[in-house]
Design a protein. Structure first.
Length: 158
């Protein structure tokens, strides 16, 4: 028999990540990512954890302890898997090659998919108009989510 608690439980997957915080601390742990919808062929979307309206998220440490982390204090999230559909993503919107400098002097070279309006097609427009808190950056070291509020500068390279 299924209990009432199990009826309302939302299935989540654990995903290993590395967080860089404003103070320079680097933390490794697991976040809880909603499982893809039943029958949906989609990948896990770690961005959904960081771009929802909640201010805090749980981070499970290696010892099993769970910390409630403030998203606003996270500069970047690393260690994310590169989805199988990366070529589809790159084909669906223009990609911009750039150098990005984050708080604390962290610098990355990578590309970002620009979901822009026809009347505002520039990288500047995307950075100003985007409604996401964490932007996806594709680098040679893997996929990173960067906190838009922690971006110090962006240098377009294309």
């Amino acid at each position: 028999m299924i209990s009432a608690v199990d009826t309302y439980r939302i299935e989540k997957e654990r995903l290993d990540v590395t967080l860089t915080l404003i103070g320079g601390e680097v933390m490794e742990g697991r976040i809880f990512v909603p499982a893809p919808l039943l029958g949906h062929a989609g990948e896990l979307d770690p961005g959904s954890v960081f771009n929802d309206r909640d201010l805090f998220f749980p981070l499970e440490l290696a010892n099993g302890e769970v910390l409630l982390m403030c998203k606003a204090r996270v500069i970047e999230v690393a260690g994310l898997p590169l989805g199988d559909d990366i070529d589809d993503l790159r084909g669906s919107a223009p990609m911009s090659l750039l150098q990005i400098t984050l708080a604390g002097g962290i610098t990355h070279f990578g590309s970002m998919r620009l979901e822009v309006r026809a009347d505002r097609p520039r990288l500047l427009d995307y950075l100003n108009d985007c409604d996401q808190t964490f932007l996806t950056l594709y680098t040679d070291q893997g996929v990173r989510l960067v906190n838009r509020a922690m971006i110090e500068s962006v240098r377009p390279l294309d």
